[in-house]
Write a protein that binds this ligand. Structure first.
Ligand code: SAH
Length: 223
């Protein structure tokens, strides 16, 4: 999977490819879906959520340019897979999940597999993790209407934030924000993606309105 689906599609960072090869994805998917663990696609997990497609995980981590001493905030722990990959590339990972069942499973799984530098918190990640801020990198694994201001402000100078942003709940641009100084942020768009919604104070409301997904147009989704 890593050679064919990830390296051949342009992910070149050797440390990242090694981390992807080292993390056993079959432990992060539901038992009845294990035979699909090394196909490069998203898979359903508990609470109606998904474990992200490995290529997209790689793309986001590469865009965040993680260094060995970095402290990283992830919003949307899900299965814990991306946190496990990042734990091999950075010093400390702080990850927040809003569903108790997912946060609990991920915490247990990461501990069992020995990823000791990952802290899992249950809550609304759009509020960030103020006591642990500032972060060298923030990865948001769910799509919101805009980049939460709270998360921007938890970046240190030179910090990078990568997040899917879009006006509809299910289709987004993958956006990278760099903090250049106080109130000075640069943004670029990496491509079109489809993530589950970011639900929270600075995300979408819990209940979808009927129009939210109307008029969905084709785009070159990174799949
Ligand atoms: N990184 C995960 C994929 C996560 S899917 C993995 O590797 O498996 C996105 C996750 O974001 C879902 O589990 C969803 O419940 C969670 N989420 C959505 N809004 C959130 C919020 N405001 N705070 C924390 N988690 C949130």
């Amino acid at each position: 999977m890593v050679s064919r689906q990830i390296a051949d599609r342009g992910i070149a960072d050797a440390r990242l490819l090694a981390a992807l090869r080292a993390v056993p994805r079959e432990h992060f998917v539901p038992p009845h879906l294990r035979r699909f663990a090394y196909e490069d696609g998203p898979l359903p997990i508990a609470a109606g959520q998904t474990i992200s497609q490995p290529y997209i995980v790689a793309l986001m981590i590469e865009a965040a340019a993680l260094a060995p001493d970095d402290r990283v905030l992830e919003i949307g722990t899900g299965s814990g897979y991306a946190a496990a990959v990042m734990s091999r590339l950075a010093a400390e990972i702080f990850t927040i999940e809003r569903h108790a069942v997912l946060a609990g499973d991920a915490r247990r799984r990461l501990a069992q597999l020995g990823y000791a530098n990952v802290a899992v918190r249950l809550g609304d990640g759009t509020r960030g993790w103020p006591e642990a801020a500032p972060f060298d990198a923030v990865i948001v694994a769910a799509g919101g209407p805009e980049v939460p201001d709270t998360l921007r402000r938890q970046l240190r100078v030179d910090g990078r934030l990568v997040m899917p942003v879009g006006r509809r709940r299910s289709r987004q641009d993958l956006v990278r924000v760099r903090c250049r100084g106080e109130n000075d942020f640069a943004e670029d768009v990496l491509g079109c993606v489809s993530f589950v919604p970011l639900i929270g104070a600075e995300g979408w409301p819990e209940k979808a309105s009927k129009q939210d997904d109307d008029g969905d147009q084709a785009c070159s989704v990174l799949e």
